[in-house]
Design a protein around this ligand. Structure first.
Ligand code: UDX
Length: 440
């Protein structure tokens, strides 16, 4: 059998597209052929990010995501439903067209992300095998996979996913005890996400492999929960860094070059979540209080409008604010001292890979669970306490950042964890195993 031809199908948000694109680049480096399916909207965005134009090993194709121009793309529930309906109807024809272009290298394997499990079913019906690329931690996937068991054991409610009695859940004896409220399906207090994932897990089980950007050192307990789980991380090892869906402002790198080693606080909450106006204000004033250089990503016109106003007293003289920055490069820069992060999985892996200590500021979904790992399991970060109004105050921000920066043990553990993750060879081995399977 010749080289495998992968059809990669991410859910159309940056947190899924970027890591799958990065993984596709790694597969392409191993000589695999890749067709990458985007929504029309993301296709147009990718075409605009100048650096992507030369990526010739990856063939981009697109289909509509069914979201009307006047609809809100921030409404995840809606996008999940419209994408499924719109793409499901058109995917078989698209695959036939792709195959007709090169009948010697027909699509041999599909790789989908969360919410796109329906495509695995389409593939199987056309004789194409499939795998899941999970854009978060193995623990979060393992916990979704345990939902039915938790319902059967009466631990969570079958309609809402909320805990029935216990307030702590341990998915298996080799996983940390976790607050029930950190389970990744409690998103935005909307039971849709729980019920949708119950259905989705059935589809995702059609995939033969569940590829995760993680390592045994990071999540041994979770990885032992299903033979499908295959750690292929850390994906950072790829030299390609051309897959950002949004234009990066690289001038921050020159600014970082002028800063002292380990002197800069990096603040970023990823591509989706944002702080409420009063919290935004406290964060701004907390950075002022710290009186240290900072680099703060405040998204502006990346399709998701931010509504944040800087307080009048905010001076921000020591810092730089960017609307989108080259995060991996920033985290690997010697001037970075710590990372105030929402603990999205990609940010978690990128920070750990660079030995940067964390200040954890999770919002929802898997981010709370990732914080448990950062603070309680790997012990490379601290969390913030909210005040009686549910706000993280400027004083709390100052206190915790200073506490973190004085904690030599956290620094040492961060560097040790970094070394382990960098030295990990398992990811490469598993990747080769996966490619071999795809060829068979
Ligand atoms: C989403 C979910 O919110 C998260 O909980 C889940 O774990 C993955 O999918 P997102 O919120 O975007 O992701 O966070 P994260 O996983 O951290 O991904 C953000 C990505 O954007 C990272 O790869 C980061 O390097 C990149 N980024 C962020 C930039 O390139 N530039 C920036 O300025 C900020």
């Amino acid at each position: 059998m010749g080289i495998p031809h992968f059809l990669a199908i991410p859910f159309p948000i940056l947190g899924h597209m970027n890591p799958l694109l990065q993984f596709s680049q790694v597969l392409a480096k191993y000589g695999c052929k890749i067709t990458f399916l985007c929504s029309d909207e993301n296709y147009n965005r990718l075409m605009k990010t100048a650096s992507f134009g030369n990526e010739s090993q990856i063939n981009l194709v697109s289909l509509p995501d069914g979201v009307d121009p006047e609809d809100d793309r921030k409404d995840q529930a809606k996008v999940i439903l419209t994408t499924r309906t719109a793409m499901l109807a058109k995917l078989p024809k698209l695959i036939d067209e792709i195959n007709a272009l090169d009948s010697d290298k027909k699509v041999s394997c599909m790789i989908v992300t969360k919410n796109m499990g329906w495509a695995l079913d389409v593939g199987l019906k056309m004789g194409i095998k499939g795998a899941l690329f999970w854009p978060s931690s193995a623990t979060s996937l393992a916990s979704f996979n345990c939902m039915q068991r938790l319902i059967d054991e009466g631990i969570i409610d079958s309609q809402s996913g909320l805990p029935t009695r216990k307030h702590e859940i341990q998915l298996s004896s080799n996983l940390p005890m976790m607050e029930a409220a950190t389970m990744p399906w409690y998103c935005l207090d909307n039971p849709f996400f729980f019920l949708n994932m119950m259905q989705e897990m059935q589809n995702l089980n059609l995939g033969e492999w569940w590829l995760c950007n993680t390592t045994f050192d990071l999540e041994a307990g979770a990885l032992s929960l299903s033979p499908k789980l295959l750690p292929i991380g850390p994906l950072m090892a790829s030299e390609h860094n051309t897959s950002s869906l949004w234009q990066e402002d690289r001038t921050c790198l020159q600014w970082l070059d002028q800063q002292q080693p380990q002197s800069v606080i990096y603040v970023s909450f990823g591509s989706m979540v944002s702080t409420k106006p009063n919290q935004f204000k406290e964060l701004a004033l907390g950075l002022d209080l710290l009186n240290m250089p900072f680099l703060w990503v405040v998204r502006k016109d990346n399709g998701i409008e931010e509504n944040n106003e800087y307080p009048d007293e905010f001076r921000g003289i020591q810092g730089k604010i960017f609307s989108w920055a080259p995060q991996k490069k920033i985290l690997s820069h010697p001037a970075i001292a710590c990372f105030i992060s929402h603990c999205g999985w990609n940010s978690t892996i990128e920070g750990v890979y660079n030995g940067v200590p964390f200040l954890c500021w999770p919002f929802c979904s898997d981010q709370l669970m990732n914080m448990t790992y950062l603070c309680d399991v790997w012990k490379v970060g601290l969390g913030f306490e909210k005040d009686e109004n549910g706000v993280i105050s400027r004083e709390e921000i100052k206190k915790k950042v200073e506490q973190l920066l004085q904690d030599e043990e956290i620094k040492v553990r961060s560097l040790k964890l970094m070394e382990k993750v960098i030295k990990n060879k398992e990811g490469d081995k598993n990747l080769k195993k996966f490619i071999k399977w795809a060829k068979e």
